[in-house]
Design a protein around this ligand. Structure first.
Ligand SMILES: Cc1cc2nc3c(=O)[nH]c(=O)nc-3n(C[C@H](O)[C@H](O)[C@H](O)COP(=O)(O)O)c2cc1C
Length: 205
């Protein structure tokens, strides 16, 4: 066994920087649009985000604190996930600004809105894939002792999915062609994936 740095997170990591989100990385970005109770649009990125089920498709994002996206998702029962890509990386980042609940981050970041078909929150113009979602669960996280934490996991069923047809070749979605961006660790690291790093491996039969 090689020499390992071992730590118990509750007692501190003992390193210059917390390695946690650099280890569980790169993470896809949940670029989430919602509508607030007065009808205003809201948009923010969440890297505590993933796909959790195929049928029906269920995705989730976790809010560190009761942020506008979770409040709006709870109040309206809806959100939209927009795929964040390299051409919109800076705009995505701009939508993470801490601003008042009534500020429309689409406007803040100079992004256009496209109407959704089945839910009220708009889609980001220029994002090549969007999932229109209905909230299925909002789960408050707890510690192992059962103490409630100020973090909320918002789960939603994708009821409508939009895909830029340029990303579909012979019926197959081209992941790298979309140029998705993924969150690394530290205050500023991101990764972009490229087709030349692809390798294939089938599951044992
Ligand atoms: C790439 C990226 C990922 C982020 N991931 C999260 C996250 O998983 N959870 C969270 O609470 N905040 C996350 N943030 C910060 C939020 O985007 C930020 O607090 C934002 O203002 C929340 O907006 P809202 O209040 O409109 O929901 C992230 C920011 C960036 C740039």
């Amino acid at each position: 066994m090689t020499d390992h740095h071992f730590y118990q997170p509750a007692l501190g990591h003992g390193l210059a920087h917390d390695p946690l989100n650099a280890i569980v990385a790169p993470r896809p970005i949940g670029w989430i649009s919602t509508i607030n109770p007065t009808g205003g649009a809201n948009l923010a990125p969440y890297s505590f985000f993933n796909l959790f089920n195929y049928k029906p498709p269920i995705i989730g994002f976790c809010s560190q604190g009761w942020k506008d996206s979770v409040a709006n998702a709870q109040a309206s029962g809806e959100f939209v996930w927009n795929l964040a890509t390299r051409p919109q990386a800076e705009a995505m980042n701009a939508t993470s600004a801490s601003v008042a609940a009534d500020v429309d981050e689409f406007d803040l970041a100079g992004l256009g809105k496209a109407a959704s078909r089945l839910v009220a929150p708009p889609r980001v113009v220029g994002s090549p894939v969007q999932f229109e979602c209905k909230v299925t669960q909002i789960i408050r996280l707890t510690t192992k002792e059962g103490d409630e934490l100020p973090q909320w996991l918002v789960m939603g069923e994708a009821v409508g999915i939009h895909i830029d047809r340029d990303l579909i070749e012979a019926g197959v979605y081209q992941t790298a062609k979309a140029r998705p961006i993924l969150r690394g660790g530290g205050p500023a690291d991101y990764f972009e994936i490229t087709q030349d790093r692809l390798f294939a491996m089938r599951r044992p039969g």
